[in-house]
Write a protein that binds this ligand. Structure first.
Ligand code: ADP
Ligand code: MG
Ligand code: MG
Length: 922
């Protein structure tokens, strides 16, 4: 061990920037001392000393540490004119823990250390206040006993309550000096009984025990659990420092006080001192809630001089730290001391407002204003939240799958959601075990979605996020019973029509309606995001399929649509039958007939999107999913067919009966009934229905694929059924031409999914060009468009150079590319093995949430490089879900993408993340 090593730093010498060494509290105490704020004298024992102590096998403090501490104690004695352990004029200190990261779970602070039977008399003599002395003493014995010696609180509380009862005291303040003297005496006994040793009276011994206890708390269970929970790694904080601070007393009478302050209001960001204080009290009283503190404004009335001093303290803190500060102060007999400061934790609204205002006040630059806000936080400002002042217990906890909160009546299937929601105008929450693509109309009709199964990337979660609707997924405590239209939660249940509330930001589920606060897309947020756009190099576009989505994305600042999925447009109740007609068509003519019906519908869709986004580009992806996804389920068909066959039999029976009617002596009315029945179940009609179902079933079976996601989809459809793509291309180009004619500036971009060879692109390009020529002739003027490809299969990355010869832009579809790179099917991965992979550290993150930079990212990087080698100006972006994820955005910036595209509600997050990426990469 290095005995010349320095472990202890006085507040006037420690490096205020070195939080790793001195802990956050210690570094700031040094910094505040050195900028001339009134901090009681003290010193910091470094985190290094802590780690060495914890490493030592003999449980001894590092060699030389105690000598250093003693030397620093002597300096404190000189500065204060008091003596540590001096019965005449005793010096008392607090011993406080503090690591680089603020961490509840570590050791509590010990106040009034240095007290014993003799020094206590010195305190009483010096203050002339016996009550004060005994009060300090009993607090010290309890805190030291509990924190440093591990004596349980209850043992003290029992004694304390007994004396309070005997003294007929309602509150602690009602106790007299004699009462408190008795308390302290009994406390000494409590400690001795619990530990088997008398309470340590030697102040230096007290100090040594306290230092060891603080160090030890770093590896205590509470602290270890906390670090695990919040992913605090050793490079963020390693070991705790110990701060030894001269005691100052806010409980020396009515000219003394203690309190906490925020330099600005942490709830609103308002530029005004905010906080609370208590007259004649110690710091812990404010926190413990024994007395109700007063709002800081009152201080102007009660102690006007000090209110002014406090204002100056506030200005000094902010002027120095250039950040909102959360600080502790104590006033001892008219003298103001600052005991702690740290960056204030605020809600997002306040963060945004203070960023903009501090920039205007010249405290920080625009860059700093942007960098002090984590992009993720902005999501809070776009969704309604539960009113934080309302405290209600949730009934279930699921995954926070899509942010925002919503209340409504529970419904258990999509059709009921549509009836009750869309048609009858109720606010509904769709509750399902899990959702499927055919539930989509239920999503539209609902305020929010709750599932009892599935993860953050389950169908429900992904679709809800895309729509910007709140979703709680995988709330396993809820048992959904669709048939009875009710759900069990623990001992209670809720039925269809009962009001529930879900909070997709926290994953909590509540019974009844919980009050909400509306989202606040404040003017300050707009200003901040404009700055972000100035700094960013990446442009932010949106994934949007409908004009509603597009309009919202635009409001959030998207500069175009990077992905419009045409299949979503097919899933509409009126269109689906036509789509099915197109799929099951037996002849090209039949197919064309259906396509002719779809063409004007799609043209209108695209026209709407162009209008909403004008003059920004709109990128439309040609049909992607396997077409059998639009067809009815095989098993449902089989069941229906079986039922129809039973019906056919009965129909034949009735028919036979009717034929035999002449032989029956049936009454007139029975004859009539039989005849009606015969007409109603005409065997011919039933046979026809059977034939239709059979044909459909045959088609469904013919289209069956073992691995649909690796099967007949994307551009492969464009090769086998070119008419479908041709219809879509025509719809896009005609819509664009119509807009242009109406004077609306449009920039259509056509992109082809699932491409793996340049041949595919060439074939599509050929008919796009010829349709473009036709449309130009028809409208008399060509509208320029861009033609590009999705890059979402590994081969496309490897062949990026030859694809670049055909494509004007690349758009990485990282959802599919991730599946393809890992050869993981996303659903199976997330439901089966990925959680274990993450827990056991085989994979750090879920690659479907956080872009896998090392694998998928590497492929992207190569594709960009090779593509641009062929076509230097090649425009490249990303449209997978990762496009809205800050760390993935940073990577996209690094490898030189031009844009990211994400769901509308992520657009503000992405704009800020794009600015961060640019600013951090210098
Ligand atoms: P925490 O991290 O829990 O706030 P602190 O170390 O800041 O713990 O201390 C707890 C309380 O004791 C705070 O109110 C603080 O202001 C007060 N306190 C700490 N040291 C002193 C001191 N030397 N004199 C007076 N009060 C103190
Ligand atoms: Mg504190
Ligand atoms: Mg894809």
């Amino acid at each position: 061990m290095d005995s010349t090593k320095k472990y202890v730093f006085a507040f006037d010498e420690g490096d205020g920037k070195n939080k790793k060494l001195l802990g956050g509290k210690g570094a700031n105490l040094c910094e505040m001392t050195q900028i001339g704020l009134n901090v009681p004298p003290g010193f910091v024992i470094s985190t290094e000393a802590c780690l060495e102590y914890l490493d030592a096998s003999d449980h001894a403090l590092p060699a030389g540490l105690i000598d250093e501490v003693q030397a620093h104690m002597r300096v404190l004695e000189e500065k204060t004119g008091k003596g540590f352990g001096d019965p005449e004029n005793p010096l008392l200190v607090s011993v406080r823990s503090g690591s680089a990261m603020s961490m509840p779970g570590m050791m509590d602070t010990i106040l009034n250390l240095g007290l014993n039977a003799e020094t206590l008399q010195g305190v009483i003599a010096a203050t002339g206040d016996a009550r004060f002395g005994y009060d300090a003493y009993r607090r010290f014995i309890q805190l030291f006993g509990k924190v440093a010696l591990g004596v349980p609180d209850e043992a003290f509380d029992t004694e304390f309550e007994a004396i309070k009862a005997a003294a007929h005291a309602k509150q602690d303040v009602d106790l007299s000096a004699a009462d408190l003297k008795e308390v302290s005496e009994r406390f000494l006994v409590v400690v001795e009984q619990a530990t088997g040793h008398p309470f340590p009276s030697d102040p230096y011994r007290q100090l040594e025990i306290a230092i060891k206890a603080v160090f030890g708390s770093w590896s205590g269970r509470r602290a270890v659990d906390y670090r695990k929970q919040f992913h605090i790694t050793p490079d963020m904080a390693n070991g705790t420092a110990v701060n030894v601070v001269t005691m100052v007393f806010g409980n020396r009478g009515d000219d003394s006080a203690t309190g906490v302050g925020f330099t600005r209001n942490p709830a609103t960001g308002e530029n005004r001192l905010y906080g609370e204080y208590l007259i004649n009290a110690q710091g812990e009283d404010v926190v413990a809630g024994i007395r109700t503190p007063k709002p800081i404004d009152r201080l102007k009335v009660e102690m006007p001089d000090l209110a002014e001093q406090l204002d100056r303290l506030r200005d000094k803190l902010e002027g120095h730290y250039r950040e909102v500060q959360d600080f502790e102060f104590t006033i001892e007999r008219g003298q103001l001391y600052c005991l702690q400061t740290r960056n204030g934790k605020m809600n997002t609204v306040a963060m945004v407002r203070t960023s903009v205002e501090m920039e205007r006040e010249g405290l920080i630059s625009k860059e700093q204003a942007l960098l002090r806000i984590a992009p993720e936080l902005l999501e809070q400002m776009l969704f309604p939240r539960l009113d934080p002042s309302v405290k209600v217990e949730p009934v279930a906890q699921g995954l926070p799958a899509s942010p925002g909160a919503a209340s409504g009546i529970a419904v258990f299937d999509a059709d009921r959601a549509e009836q009750l929601g869309t048609q009858q105008g109720h606010k509904v929450i769709l509750v399902r075990e899990e959702t499927k693509p055919e539930d989509i109309h239920g999503f539209f009709a609902s305020e929010g979605i709750l599932t009892s199964r599935g993860g953050k990337t389950s169908h429900a979660a992904v679709v809800a996020r895309g729509m910007g609707k709140p979703c709680v997924a995988g709330a396993e405590g809820i048992g959904v019973d669709v048939n009875r239209r009710e759900a069990r939660v623990g001992l209670t249940s809720f039925k269809e029509g009962d009001v529930i509330t879900i909070d997709g930001t926290s994953g909590k589920v509540y019974l009844g309606a919980i009050p909400m606060v509306e989202p606040d897309f404040t003017p300050e947020l707009n200003i901040l995001l404009d700055w972000a756009d100035e700094m960013a190099r990446l442009k932010v576009m949106a994934n949007a399929d409908t004009p509603v989505d597009a309009r919202r994305a635009r409001r959030y600042g998207a500069v175009g649509i990077g992905l419009a999925r045409t299949e979503r447009m097919f899933n509409d109740v009126e269109r689906l039958p036509i789509v099915i007609e197109m799929i099951v068509a037996e002849t090209p003519e039949q197919r064309q007939e259906a396509l002719d019906k779809l063409l004007p519908l799609q043209r209108n869709d695209f026209r709407d999107l162009f209008e909403v986004m004008s003059p920004n580009p709109v990128t439309i992806r040609l049909l992607d999913p396997p077409i059998h996804e639009f067809l009815p389920d095989e098993h449902v068909l089989e069941r229906e067919l079986a039922e129809l066959r039973v019906l056919a039999q009965s129909a034949r029976g009735v028919s036979v009966l009717a034929g035999a009617m002449g032989l029956l002596h049936a009454s007139e009315s029975l004859r009539h009934e039989i005849e009606t029945a015969r007409r109603m179940v005409d065997p011919a009609v039933v046979e026809e229905a059977i034939a239709k179902k059979e044909a459909m079933l045959k088609k469904v079976r013919a289209l069956y694929e073992t691995n649909p996601m690796l099967g007949h989809r994307g551009v492969r459809l464009g090769m086998t059924f070119p008419e479908i793509y041709q219809m879509q291309v025509r719809a896009i180009l005609e819509a664009a031409a119509e807009c242009a004619k109406a004077g609306i500036e449009v920039h259509p971009q056509i992109k082809v999914p699932q491409v793996c060879t340049a041949q595919e692109l060439r074939k599509v390009k050929a008919f796009v060009d010829s349709i473009h020529t036709e449309v130009a002739e028809k409208f008399g003027k060509p509208v320029p468009y861009k033609f590009g490809t999705m890059i979402e299969v590994v081969r496309a990355c490897m062949r990026a150079d030859s694809l670049a010869e055909e494509a004007e832009f690349f758009s990485f579809g990282t959802n599919d590319l991730t599946q393809a790179t890992f050869s993981f099917s996303r659903e199976d991965a997330e439901n089966k093995f990925l959680p274990l992979y993450n827990q056991s550290g085989i994979l750090q993150d879920n690659p479907f949430e956080v872009l896998d930079v090392k694998g998928v990212g590497k492929l992207m990087q190569l594709a960009v490089e090779w593509g641009r080698a062929v076509k230097p100006g090649l425009h490249v972006g990303i449209c997978g879900e990762h496009g809205g994820h800050p760390s993935s955005i940073a990577f996209c910036h690094q490898i030189g993408l031009d844009y990211v595209s994400c769901s509308g509600p992520r657009v503000p997050v992405a704009r800020l993340a794009a600015a961060h990426a640019a600013l951090k990469s210098g």
